[in-house]
Design a protein around this ligand. Sequence first.
Ligand SMILES: [Fe+2]
Ligand SMILES: [Fe+2]
Length: 149
Amino acid sequence: MADIFTLLKRDHDQHREILAELAEADADARQKLFEKFKAEALSHANAEEQTLYAEMMGDPDEQDEARHSVAEHKQIDEYVSTLEEMETTGEDWKATFLKLKHRYEHHIDEEEEEMFPHAKKHISDERAEELGGKFEERKPAEKKEVEAA
Ligand SMILES: [Fe+2]
Ligand SMILES: [Fe+2]
């Protein structure tokens, strides 16, 4: 079974690919790809909060970092909502999308470069595998909810 850090990184790489595709997509192809990104990224964030972040929240040494990242998830949510209300064929869409892309890439880079190495010092390999199992269980359930909303 994969540990939580491996699973989160695997998702991030997939998100990077979708974002790169979206940046190149013409206006007609945007809608579908954007819905794919939304379902992926929001279900990832929810399941990530329920597993890795929840674990970190319980540790005084890691609580601040987890809180900071929850606040970033909220910002990303807001960008996604803004984009959803815009016409994908409209002129402003691309500029707003590029802001989201920049923000999102910064978030996942920071998780990988700062948060995960820090968390790894506090979480045993065994616990990281348990959290991985929980993530694999939660993510599809969260994805269904995002898609149904
Ligand atoms: Fe995140
Ligand atoms: Fe993440």
